[in-house]
Design a protein around this ligand. Structure first.
Ligand code: ADP
Ligand code: MG
Length: 297
């Protein structure tokens, strides 16, 4: 990292730093919800960069809220138990045993890793699941087949968000803490639900009145059929991509959530490549446009 930076002309470095000022001013005191993708967070160097970025944003006066996924880590844990993950329309089929693994991996391992890295970078992170502060109420997701809505898929304990009470997140923010949220909700009978992290990030951004929602993932953004990056997308274009099957798997809940957030008043919604070092800083503090921006109409 230091090596690559020392090759940059000092004037260019100064230029890059100066560029950040209008963004720092614009986003001061604003809430930024950041989804840290399971697939973009398996590399230790990238994880450390991410934690530094979050701390920097907090120190210049923004309110970052992190929602994390954990697909690859859950997959590894399931494989260790001799189980194989199964997905329907981008959602993980979650039987009771899988739910135990999901809770244990997300809240016990992944969340605490992120909290540790942020704290190491000089921030004060607090890990939460949707149970904490009664934040995320959920119910069983009724998943209808995308092509034939008369078919309903049983995806087990996958949750559909009923409501989000953001007061615990707000209280932490006001006290200089950085909330790190695991996407687990609770039901009427205190049962646990596995909720897609993109869906949680999108709904949380809406209820917090966030300025920005940034979804870090493991592709350059949304790609067309030819594999080319789509730099921005309107609701109509998204409908067409759904209809012709260009968007599939984990990109389905990501785009649906992103679009809902854009339509519900979150000013800027971006899907970006979390495999790029310091992707978050580039997205928030520079003129550099990358990834896919989701428009509200
Ligand atoms: P994350 O952990 O970031 O949520 P997911 O695997 O859930 O990752 O979702 C991202 C994946 O969605 C990509 O790696 C890709 O395989 C898939 N995908 C499906 N359709 C598209 C598309 N049109 N453009 C980009 N990625 C897509
Ligand atoms: Mg996903």
């Amino acid at each position: 990292m230091a090596d690559t930076l020392s090759n940059i002309d000092p004037r260019d470095k100064a230029e890059i730093l100066a560029q950040a000022l209008p963004y720092i001013r614009r986003f001061h005191g604003k809430t930024l919800v950041i989804k840290y993708g399971g697939n973009a967070m398996t590399d230790p160097a990238l994880q450390a960069d991410f934690a530094e970025d979050v701390v920097l944003l907090k120190l210049v006066g923004m309110n970052p809220v992190v929602v994390h996924g954990g697909g690859p880590q859950i997959e590894t844990a399931l494989n260790r138990l001799g189980k194989k993950g199964e997905f329907v329309q981008g959602m993980r089929v979650t039987d009771a045993e899988t739910m135990e693994v999901v809770e244990w991996v997300l809240a016990g391992e992944v969340q605490q890793d992120i909290v540790g890295l942020i704290n190491q970078a000089g921030g004060k992170a607090v890990g939460l699941t949707g149970r904490d502060g009664g934040m995320i109420r959920a119910q069983k997701l009724r998943m209808l087949d995308a092509k034939d809505p008369s078919i309903e898929h049983d995806v087990g304990q996958v949750g559909d968000i009923v409501s989000i009470d953001p007061s615990v997140v707000k209280a932490l923010q006001d006290d200089a803490f950085i909330p790190v949220v695991s996407p687990i909700g609770f039901g009427e009978h205190n049962e646990s639900y596995n909720i897609n992290a993109d869906v949680v990030a999108s709904k949380l951004a809406i209820v917090l009145g966030a300025e920005k929602l940034v979804l870090l993932t493991n592709t350059p953004g949304v790609l067309n059929k030819a594999g080319e990056l789509l730099t921005d997308l309107s609701a109509r274009e998204i409908d067409a991509l759904f209809a012709d099957g260009t968007i599939s798997g984990g990109m389905l809940p990501k785009i649906s959530g992103a679009l809902e957030a854009a339509k519900s008043g979150v000013h800027a919604v971006h899907i970006i490549d979390g495999r790029v070092p310091h992707a978050l800083l580039l997205e928030i503090l520079t003129d550099q446009a990358f990834g896919t921006m989701i428009r509200s109409h």
